[in-house]
Design a protein around this ligand. Structure first.
Ligand code: CXF
Ligand code: ZN
Length: 365
């Protein structure tokens, strides 16, 4: 099959013919229909988060079940599926504690680039090629069956693909991590691929103020279309003073950091009211540290937390988001600004670097 392979950091992806092995116990083979282009793929390509090489990246995808491995009973050939990039084993401490996004096995696989049994299904001759769980920058993938979630025929697969990373991460931070309630006030710093979905989540949750800060004017205009009520130009305005002036000096109920910078994490913390929640969704560079004034943690009961993969519950959250899309409450088609063929994937990453994408999608159909 054709695949885009990362062979060395800082270099373009190599478009190659590689081999894919059949699904083993508890696995399925998927024919991809669409795969989103996400910033964390770029982070890996640049070597800012190390992986085993060579590897096939791509983790935000949807497609069709092509083949079923032994012991898989809940899926059938031809089913339309959205991929979860995080495996949940169902047995570890975190899965049993109701935190499947922190699954010990799933988090290990993100680092090892293998299937749960420690091996890979991608080869080129004798050469082993690693997975980024879904590895959807290829025509086909083999994934744990738990990571393929069946969806109805009514949702187009390129829209469904986006649910698998950006949409779950952004809306889940609102619904699951921070639990925004009707009437709550919200600040979002960063109107990129994740930030737009935090905005959508806040709107669906019924927030009364959805203030959005970014240093890119074009991104702010798009934020307005997705439901931002107040736009903050990060180059000339201080988000903390703006939201304080909107909330009688108190600060917002929830502030979301959707860039991955320590300075904006501090701004979120400073922008929340007593008892408010600052939720970090953006992933900062490994090893970086962030300073916050510690006394307000106690005397103002401020809460500073992270949100990984939208604190998601596999299957349940995907079903809910598909429902919101079909009810026209969640906009997915509007997130897609550019579409590419797999052979043009390096152009897609150049566009991502230049900041012109709302979301880029590789289409295989
Ligand atoms: C990332 C977060 C870090 C591990 C890989 C996936 N999330 C979204 O792109
Ligand atoms: Zn992603």
């Amino acid at each position: 099959m054709r695949a885009a392979v990362l062979r060395s950091y800082g270099s373009p992806l190599c478009l190659e013919e590689i081999d894919i092995l059949p699904p083993e116990q508890g696995e399925v083979k998927v024919r991809f229909a669409a795969s989103g282009i996400c910033h964390s793929d770029l982070t890996r390509m640049e070597g800012k988060r190390n992986s085993e090489l060579p590897i096939v990246l791509g983790h935000e995808a949807a497609g069709y079940i092509e083949e079923i491995g032994p012991s898989v009973s809940h899926l059938a050939v031809g089913d339309r599926v959205v991929m979860s990039f995080l495996y949940d084993c169902g047995n570890c401490f975190y899965c049993c504690a109701g935190k499947p996004n922190l699954c010990e096995v799933g988090q290990r696989l993100l680092r090892t680039g293998t299937m749960p049994n420690g091996t890979t299904r991608l080869r080129k001759g004798d050469e082993n090629i690693y997975h980024m769980m879904v590895s959807s920058f290829a025509e086909y993938g083999v994934v744990p069956a738990r990571c393929a979630i069946k969806i109805p025929d009514e949702i187009p697969l390129e829209a469904a693909a986006l649910i698998g990373c950006g949409v779950l991460t952004g809306t889940g931070a609102v619904f699951n991590t921070s639990k925004v309630c009707p009437g709550d006030t919200v600040l979002i710093i960063g109107a990129g691929g994740i930030g737009l979905n935090v905005i959508q989540g806040a709107v669906i949750a019924g927030a009364s103020i959805v203030a959005v800060a970014d240093i890119n004017n074009e991104k702010l205009k798009i934020a307005r279309k997705f439901g931002a009520t107040h736009l903050i130009d990060g180059r000339s305005q201080d988000p903390v003073s703006v939201v304080r002036s909107l909330t009688e000096g108190r600060g917002v109920d929830h502030a979301f950091e959707a860039i991955g910078q320590t300075t904006t994490i501090s701004q979120c913390y400073n922008a929340i009211r007593s008892g408010g929640k600052a939720v970090v969704v953006g992933i900062t560079e490994a090893g970086s540290c962030c300073e916050v004034e510690s006394m307000p943690l106690v005397v103002q009961e401020k809460i500073l937390t992270g949100s990984f993969y939208g604190s998601y519950r596999p299957r349940l959250d995907i079903e809910r988001l598909v429902g919101f899309y079909l009810d026209r409450r969640l906009r997915l088609d509007e997130l897609i600004s550019h579409q590419y063929r797999l052979d043009d994937i390096n152009e897609a990453f150049n566009d991502l670097r230049s900041g012109i994408l709302t979301r880029g999608v590789i289409r295989y159909e």
